[in-house]
Write a protein that binds this ligand. Structure first.
Ligand SMILES: [Zn+2]
Length: 329
């Protein structure tokens, strides 16, 4: 991912010190929660390994061998973890006219259950390092350890846990392709950096879902969820369309002791895959994404988005929180 579309004024206002009072206020909401069932333990080592495995294929840029091999790997892992797997192939057109051989990879659990939650991430990686401090690197692809592989790695571990213990509701895990082929910084004089130049796989799926009339109660997008010291604010579009789920998840994270990652404050808006699921299918979706008032972190869209930045603790905070939500509905 992607880009910050609204200046994060609200973060600046909220991050200066009003946190403890808002936390106190929210604690009363906890009382109404159901008795928790035994949520599986998210294994951070396992998730870390799934991130490393993807990175080891090389950059997952559409039309490359690394991309194809990693796609095959992801589909086989979902199969191994007991999901019903759909592979949706499409030729998508990038901002500059490049035809991208793209593949959305979908794993469904309890496919006949009407009560469903959608969990998603993008698995492709950016063909450019257009935010790199060194302009010589602008046209090099990124490893995408955080931007891409982290969300997918966390979801693979969640798939493994779902296979070990059925949550009793329908779960769809979707790895979307061609998210990160949006207009690069160095070409913005020539091409308009529209939201539609990003998230091509999601836009395709929203028009052609793998199941006709696909419905889910809500969706959770994981994007850049692996960096050391990541922070997740309540993203603007998520709050606009899925506030009750954002509040539930952020509160769950706090109750699990992950409040230092899940900041109880509103953030700016980002262009990301959730926007197109909301717009296309009317499913409320939220984005768990690492950013603050300075942007998406120094490694974002640079050569430094590599395994050195990946933290088991951050993956654990996100993965355990999502499992808790999935197993307590
Ligand atoms: Zn990106």
């Amino acid at each position: 991912m992607t880009k910050l579309i609204y200046l994060a004024l609200s973060i600046i206002l909220f991050s200066c010190g009003a946190k403890s009072s808002s936390e106190t206020k929210d604690i009363t909401v906890t009382e109404v929660k159901k008795t928790p069932v035994n949520t599986p333990v998210f294994d951070a080592d396992s998730a870390y390994t799934y991130v490393a495995r993807q990175v080891a294929f090389g950059p997952r840029v559409p039309n490359t061998e690394s991309h194809k091999n990693c796609g095959d790997y992801l589909a086989s892992e979902l199969t191994r973890f007991g999901a019903k797997v759909y592979q949706q192939e499409a030729t998508l057109t990038a901002y500059d006219g490049t035809k991208l051989e793209a593949r959305n990879i979908i794993g469904s659990y309890n496919p006949d259950n009407k009560k469903r939650i959608l969990l998603f991430a993008h698995w492709d990686t950016r063909p450019y390092s257009d935010e790199d401090p060194n302009p010589d690197n602008y046209k090099k692809p990124i490893d995408g350890a955080d931007d891409g592989a982290s969300g997918v790695g966390a979801l693979l571990e969640i798939a493994r846990q779902i296979n070990l213990k059925n949550p009793g509701i329908g779960i769809d895990i979707i790895f979307f392709d061609a998210e990160d082929y949006g207009v690069p910084g160095f070409a913005r004089d020539k091409y308009n950096d529209t939201s539609e130049s990003w998230c091509l796989g999601t836009q395709f799926w929203a028009k052609n879902p793998h199941i006709p009339n696909y419905r889910a109660e809500f969706g959770i997008l994981l994007d850049m969820v692996g960096a050391k010291n990541a922070v997740f604010y309540k993203e603007f579009t998520s709050m606009r369309y899925a506030a009750r789920y954002v509040d539930e998840i952020w509160e769950t994270a706090r109750n699990l002791g992950y409040g230092k990652y899940f900041i109880n404050a509103n953030g700016g808006g980002v262009t990301d895959d959730h926007e197109f699921v909301i717009k296309g299918l009317g499913i409320p979706c939220l984005d768990i994404i690492n950013y603050d008032e300075n942007g998406f972190g120094d490694h974002w869209h640079t050569q430094n988005d590599n395994m050195d930045n990946i933290s088991r603790e951050t993956l654990k905070a996100v993965g355990q929180t999502v499992l808790e939500v999935v197993y307590n509905r």
